[in-house]
Design a protein around this ligand. Structure first.
Ligand SMILES: *Cc1c(COP(=O)(O)O)cnc(C)c1O
Length: 409
């Protein structure tokens, strides 16, 4: 998406606005599919990264399944047209009733807790096949908040509890048809995946009925030039080979699954914002924009780096700016960024905003969430309206106007 296209989107739809490029999503999908060489892979898109129905439909057309982490995501996936058997439900810490609801809908359940597995065994026994999420205790991931495979993590059943899992499985005659791991996001080292894979191959010895192995995700993309990225092709080649070797030993061809979120959609997205104020202080020049951590929380939450460019003046002379949001808290998109000289009204593009951008947005400070625009077949199209104040107070109840208040008067 070049500056001119982005500027025209800002002009047509206003700012702040999230813009996603469908061709980028499709090319990332194909790149990952091809990385494994002769080994077929099934990709379940981790929809928590970006759940707009149009993006889900794009990935469905490409042949992806879905990875859902809440019953709401399962329901949205079904609405988008996915078959129940194309959806993997990987909950953590949810009420058992939510798991029952998912079973009734027919989606694959991924269990990450021994006591839940036992409960599941009691209720369903041999009647509903399941997948087990193993915690391989590998330290992985770019930031403590997104590293989920380590010893203190709440996710998964420990690889050291295989014997206990086996006891429960045998007693309740459970059919374990998949093993799963997901050790964190922003993993840059191919060996982390290989180590995890080896542990899962070992664990497979306990489960003779497996049909698939799911190695989760955590593929990192570039946020700035020269950034370390997950070497997808290297991982693909190595895992593809080791998996084929494993299948021979296991005695059967299993399916190989991954659940990428960020890898598929991060680079497809840009958040366009407008400069409200240019503020010189004794120490820096701030560009204050009409957005904030309420729209894109990653810089404040994960200390994530997002490249920022002045779309309105792409060729201008670079100056150092600190780009800040309008929320009444520390609210910084980036410190000391060389950006083409900016004036009030200029449109800035904040890049890598496709994943965990809109999906983590909120209405803090009673601000409205942005619109979303999809560049599909080269044409920008509105896929979510900008919120209005009515949306912010939709479910609020003003007691002075409610009937119940009147009856107590
Ligand atoms: C979040 C998540 C993913 C996707 O992680 P990315 O780093 O965005 O690729 C995959 N699987 C599970 C279970 C997740 O919770």
């Amino acid at each position: 998406m070049n500056s001119r296209l982005l500027e025209s989107v800002a002009g047509e739809f206003g700012t702040p606005v999230y813009v996603y490029d469908e061709t980028k999503i499709i090319s990332q999908y194909n790149r990952l599919k091809k990385a494994f060489g002769p080994q077929e892979v099934k990709l379940h898109y981790a929809m928590k990264a970006l759940s707009n129905i149009n993006v889900l439909k794009t990935l469905k057309e490409q042949g992806a399944g879905l990875d859902a982490v809440s019953i709401e995501e399962v329901l949205l996936g079904l609405r988008a047209g996915f078959e129940a058997n194309e959806i993997m439900y990987t909950p953590n810490g949810v009420a058992f009733s939510e798991i029952e609801e998912a079973v009734a809908l027919g989606v694959m359940i991924n269990i990450d807790n021994l006591s839940v597995l036992e409960h599941f065994g009691m209720v369903y026994g041999a009647s509903v096949p399941v997948c087990i999420r193993i915690n391989p205790h590998i330290l992985a991931g770019g930031h403590a908040n997104i590293s989920v495979g380590h010893i203190d993590s709440k996710f998964g059943i420990s690889i050291h509890q295989l014997r206990h899992i086996q006891r429960i499985v045998e007693h309740y005659k459970l059919h374990i048809i998949g093993l799963h791991m997901h050790t964190g996001s922003d993993i840059v080292d191919a060996d982390v995946f290989l180590q995890g894979a080896d542990l899962l191959y070992h664990a497979a010895g306990y489960f003779p009925e497996l049909q698939f192995m799911d190695f989760g995700s955590g593929f990192k993309v570039a946020y700035q030039e020269g950034d370390f990225v997950t070497p997808i092709e290297e991982i693909g080649t190595k895992i593809g080979e080791s998996f084929q070797h494993f299948c021979k030993e296991y005695g059967r061809e299993l399916e190989l699954w991954f659940e990428p979120g960020k890898f598929l959609v991060s680079e497809s997205g840009v958040l366009l914002v407008s400069v409200n104020v240019v503020k010189q202080t004794t120490s820096t020049v701030f560009l204050g924009v009409n957005s904030g951590q309420n729209h894109l929380i990653r810089p404040m939450f994960y200390n994530a780096y997002h490249r920022i460019e002045n779309i309105s003046n792409p060729e201008g002379q670079k100056k150092l700016y600190s780009v800040v949001g309008y929320i009444c808290e520390t609210d910084t998109f980036g410190y000391d960024r060389p950006i083409s000289e900016a004036k009030v009204g200029d449109v800035l593009g904040i890049y890598n905003a496709g994943a965990y951008g809109f999906s983590m947005s909120n209405q803090y400070n009673s601000r409205l969430r942005p619109a979303e625009v999809y560049i599909k077949d080269g044409v920008p199209q509105l896929i979510r309206k900008r919120e209005t104040l009515e949306d912010v107070i939709r479910n609020e109840i003003d007691l002075s106007k409610s009937a119940s208040y009147a009856t107590y008067e």
